[in-house]
Each structure stands twice: as structure tokens, then as C-alpha cells.
Design a protein around this ligand. Structure first.
Ligand SMILES: CC[C@@](C)(O)[C@@H](O)C(=O)O
Length: 580
């Protein structure tokens, strides 16, 4: 009962606003209570502005202000802008983890875009999950769409030192536990870290996903890097509003922009910026919506020749504000040059390489954005995809955030069934661990936790910190904050809660990590593993109702993007049947 036909004047929205009789009156009359004049119903392009902000999602709290600028642009170009809220997911606040709700945001936004009289959308996002969630939705609906992320916070400043979101939380926590920083100084640092609107100003997941949106061609050049409070972001928002009208007029859709080539660009850019491991899961999920063939292995094979160019926290010294002033993502694109598909189309109407060709993508600070021939970290130190009997469907390790001396390591496992179980003993001076121990943390995958939280980089045991140990191998089926560091094997699939081999590890088993060989091996004979497998029983589901039930029954594993199985693919933008 849905129709794909364009409306009376060729636009989708005119099925509503151009309708005659009772229906048309219903669609228009109630909209008029906002004071819109007759012209808005004359068949002009209707641009939805999806705002994923709220006071509960602090990194997106300013998006409604950005929406005002988008509206200016839409009016200017002769369109009709209509702002609508979508789930605001605050990474630092939401429990059990914002990731548990990414697919719910994607589902909500998809349904709202399809159910409403929209011809196209501008997606306003910021915090980690809002960018991929909205791109997943836009991919499934495939109406003309573009994104503008909310931008990073200004650099954190603590007693003359630049401090970074997330990264300095982990650092200061260790300093306090090791007795090198007082609780009072730490409390002061807390207020120095988040000084303005915006998302994490480290190269955490929010900054990474903003860069991914730009590299995919879905957000205009420099959109990822202008600080949230920079006036240029608001000017860009106005231009985005104007451009959205053209996207509708020219019928340019996400499926024509987010192609396999665009994903290859994004994966390479992620390596060059030292981006978050979370990008792996999100890009797989977005590609799944579009039917673009993309596999976990692409994240390894496509980046072996790409060095890390940015000296940004968590791997390096600088922050997003420095990156912006150094030239932003276009300067990285200029550096990568031939490694990219520069002819890939973008929402600007120009190919990805146009900003470089225009000559405006210069680098103004070679300490922040290093040249290809003198990179921050050499090629081959990006995300490595591991496989083996402990991760038959893969696991990832971010080499640039790990310790070189642990890249080949064999150690005895000490197994914890939950972070709570670990932290209950982490301070115990008698804890049976040494620097060679491999800490195994399980039941933190999509189904197990639920939602695959950022708990994998557990803080080191106090007794080892006291001995001066700075890193140890950790293996987990969960995720890690993009702002974190350490030799942490993440996203181990299948996860323990669905019977993955991680569930079979016992204290004292030997585990070998060999990053160069891309292997993760549980040194236990197959027969013994079979014996343990037949004795394994799945954990009880977290809930028998609501979202938790739906998620638990349908969440895919990390190597498939952790989407819900029934949300993979597209359902388009056909106009649903009448409401009255
Ligand atoms: C502190 C948590 C964040 C926001 O840093 C994290 O989600 C990330 O960057 O991945």
C-alpha cells in the first residue's frame, strides 16, 4: 500500500502538502499552527533536520543551535526546513552503554524519515553513536541526505598542559592510583577538561566518526574539525541547508555517495588519522545497510601501506583544535593523495579530491599532521585483524595505541567473567598476576553485556602499577574507548555469551598473541576445547521484554557491525498509506 511515485508536483512531500480534500487539510492545517505562511506548501523541497541533541547528551547539546543555521540556508535556497528530534545518545552517561542504543536510534530515525513529508534530510550528530546511527538510517531510507557533525570541544587546559577528553581520564586515574596525583588535583582537572560545547577533542570515536563521515563524502570538507564553537561551523551549517535543497533537486542519494570506493577511502583515512577501533564496527554496519560488500579483513589489508600521520591523542600529543588549525582533514587527504579514490562523489557535488585540487588543503603545522615520508607512525601500525582458535571470526588490536614489546607475547590467562569481578580484586596486593599475564575479560560482547560496552581496557592491577608495569595484554569481546590506549585485543568474535571460544578459556591456559602473524591462539588442544564446549551452557537472557529482548534476540556479532539482523539492508522511502 506504499507508493514510490513522486507526488503531484514530482516531490515526495507533495503527497502530503499538495494533497486535496480532507487529507490535504489534515496535513497542512496543523502545520499552520506554527505560523507558516501559504508558500511553504507550494511544492518546494521539504528538508528535515534530524537533531540528535539533548541535555542528556552533552556533546550534542548545541545541535539545536546549529539547526537554526541550517534552517537559514534552507529558506535561502527556497526550501521548507522542518527540524525533528531523534534519540540523543550520550556516550559518557548512558548505561549499560550508548552502543546498546545505536541501532534503536538508527531504527527510529529511519522510520521518522520515511513516515514524514520529507524530500531530504540534514543529519546533525556529534557524540560517538549518533554519527553512525544516523548514517545507518539515511542509508536504509536513501533519501537525499548530508551530515554535519557538531565539532570537537576546545582543547582541555590544565595548569599549562593540554589535556584530552577520555585519554586524560584514564591517565589521571592511573596517576591517582599510583599515588602520583592527589584526588584534589584530579577533581580540578575534571573541570579543565570539558571547556566548551562539542564532543571529545581527542581522536576518540566521535572525532573519528566525524572524519569518517567526511571521508565517506557525506559531510562537507572541514566539517569534522572546526571546533564546535567556531563560527565557521555555523556558516557551514547554513551552507548545508542550502546544499540540501540542491541535493533534493538533483536527486543525489546516500547510495550514490557511500559506495565501496568511499568505504575504502574511509578505512584508509582512519588509519592515517590513528582513528578509533569503533569505526570498524560502525563502517561495517553502515555498509550492511547499503549492501556494499565490506569485510573485517578489509580493515587490515587496505591499511598495510598507510602510516599514521596525525600526532593526536590518544596515540600522540595534540588535539582536534590543533588538527583544525593545522589544516583539518583536507590536509590529510592531500597527503594521502594516490592512496585514495579522489574521484569518489561527495555531498558537495564535487569529488573528494576537489578540495585538494583547489589548492586550499595546505598543512600549516607539520608537527600535528606529519608528511607521508616522515609519518608519526610507520605504515603497518594501524588496526590489525587477528584470527585463530580464540577468535575464529576475528578480533582487532589498535597497534598505534599498543606497546611494541607486547606485539608478540605468550602468557598465562587470568579470566574474569565481568568487569565487576575484575575490579573487585584489582587492588588486591596478592592478586595472582604478573606482567606477562594475559587478562581475559568476557561476556562483554553485543549479547553478553548487553550492547558491547567500552570496558575492555581495564585498568592494570594495582600491584603491577606499583611495580612500574605500564601495559599488559588484555583480551575481551567488548570495545574500547577511542580515547584509550594499551595492548588490548577487542571485538573478539564470536563473543563468549553466544558460545565463542573466549567462553572456554580457564585460568592458567596459555594464550599467544602474534600481531605480525595476525594470530590469537589459545594453546589448548582441540579435544580439550571440545570437552569444555559440550559442558558450556549459555547465560540467561538479560530480559524477556522490550528493547533488551529485541536486541538480545537479533544483535549480530562485532565482525558484522553489531547491527540487528533484520535491519541489515534498505527499505527505501516509499510513501506510506494515508493516516486518516
Ligand atoms: C570516554 C568515552 C569516549 C567518549 O571517549 C569514547 O566513547 C570514545 O571516544 O570512544
Amino acid at each position: 500500500m506504499a507508493t514510490t511515485e513522486s507526488g503531484p508536483n514530482g516531490r515526495r512531500s507533495s503527497h502530503w502538502f499538495g494533497a486535496s480534500g480532507r487529507s490535504g487539510m489534515l496535513y497542512r492545517s496543523w502545520m499552520r499552527n506554527q505560523g507558516f505562511s501559504d508558500e511553504v506548501f507550494d511544492g518546494r523541497p521539504v528538508v528535515g533536520i534530524a537533531v540528535s541533541g539533548s541535555e542528556l547528551a552533552p556533546c550534542n547539546a548545541h545541535l539545536s543551535r546549529m539547526a537554526e543555521s541550517v534552517k537559514r540556508g534552507v529558506w535561502q535556497a527556497g526550501g521548507f526546513p522542518l527540524e525533528f528530534p531523534v534519540m540523543a545518545l550520550g556516550e559518557t552517561v548512558l548505561r549499560p552503554t550508548a552502543m546498546f542504543y545505536r541501532n534503536l536510534l538508527a531504527m527510529e530515525a529511519e522510520e521518522l524519515m520515511r513516515a514524514n513529508p520529507l524530500d531530504g534530510v540534514v543529519l546533525l550528530s556529534g557524540c560517538d553513536k549518533t554519527t553512525p546511527g544516523l548514517l545507518m538510517a539515511a542509508a536504509s531510507v536513501d533519501l537525499p541526505a548530508m551530515m554535519l557533525t557538531g565539532g570537537p570541544m576546545l582543547n582541555g587546559k590544565f595548569r599549562g598542559q593540554d589535556i584530552g577528553s577520555g585519554t586524560h581520564v584514564w591517565k589521571f586515574e592511573e596517576e591517582v592510583r599510583a599515588g602520583r596525583m592527589s584526588e584534589a588535583d584530579c577533581a580540578f582537572a575534571e573541570s579543565c577538561m570539558s571547556r566548551s560545547n562539542g564532543h571529545c577533542m581527542t581522536m576518540g570515536t566521535a572525532s573519528t566518526m566525524a572524519c569518517m563521515a567526511e571521508a565517506l563524502g557525506m559531510q562537507p570538507p572541514y566539517g569534522a574539525t572546526w571546533p564546535a564553537v567556531d563560527a565557521r561551523r555555523y556558516a557551514a551549517a547554513q551552507r548545508a541547508g542550502q546544499r540540501a535543497v540542491t541535493l533534493i533537486e538533483e536527486d543525489i542519494r546516500p547510495s550514490s555517495i557511500m559506495t565501496r570506493e568511499a568505504f575504502e577511502n574511509a578505512i584508509r583515512v582512519n588509519a592515517a588519522i590513528g582513528g578509533s577501533t569503533n569505526a570498524v564496527i560502525h563502517l561495517l554496519a553502515i555498509a550492511g545497510r547499503l549492501g556494499v560488500p565490506l569485510s573485517l579483513d578489509d580493515f587490515d589489508t587496505l591499511v598495510r601501506d598507510i602510516p599514521t600521520l596525525l600526532d593526536l591523542m590518544p596515540s600522540g600529543r595534540f588535539l582536534m583544535e590543533d588538527f583544525c588549525y593545522a589544516g583539518g582533514l583536507p590536509a590529510v587527504l592531500a597527503e594521502l593523495g594516490a592512496a585514495l579514490h579522489t574521484s569518489a562523489p561527495t555531498v558537495t557535488g564535487e569529488p573528494l579530491g576537489a578540495v585538494v585540487e583547489s589548492g586550499s588543503a595546505e598543512c600549516h603545522n607539520r608537527e600535528v599532521i606529519r608528511p607521508l615520508d616522515n609519518p608519526f607512525q610507520p605504515a603497518g601500525t594501524g588496526t590489525a585483524v587477528l584470527r585463530g582458535n580464540l577468535a575464529p571470526n576475528g578480533a582487532v588490536v589498535k597497534q598505534s595505541a599498543a606497546s611494541p614489546h607486547l606485539m608478540r607475547h605468550r602468557g598465562r590467562a587470568r579470566v574474569f567473567d565481568s568487569p565487576e569481578e575484575y575490579y573487585a580484586v584489582a587492588d588486591d596486593p596478592e592478586l595472582d598476576v604478573d606482567a606477562d599475564t594475559v587478562l581475559v575479560l568476557r561476556n562483554c560482547g553485543p549479547v553478553g553485556y548487553p550492547g558491547m560496552p567500552e570496558v575492555s581496557n581495564v585498568a592494570l592491577p594495582t600491584r603491577l602499577l606499583d611495580e612500574g608495569v605500564t601495559d599488559m595484554v588484555r583480551v575481551c569481546d567488548g570495545r574500547m574507548s577511542g580515547t584509550a590506549y594499551g595492548t588490548v585485543v577487542l571485538h573478539t568474535a564470536p563473543e563468549a555469551a553466544v558460545g565463542g571460544p573466549l567462553a572456554l578459556v580457564r585460568d592458567g591456559d596459555e594464550i599467544t598473541l602474534d600481531v605480525a602473524a595476525r594470530t590469537l591462539t589459545l594453546e589448548v588442544a582441540d579435544q580439550e576445547l571440545d570437552r569444555r564446549r559440550s559442558a558450556w551452557t549459555p547465560p540467561a537472557p538479560h530480559s524477556d521484554r522490550g528493547w533488551s529482548k529485541l536486541y538480545g534476540d537479533h544483535a549480530l556479532q562485532a565482525d558484522q557491525g553489531a547491527d540487528l539482523d533484520f535491519l541489515v539492508g534498505a527499505s527505501g522511502h516509499a510513501v506510506p498509506r494515508e493516516s486518516h
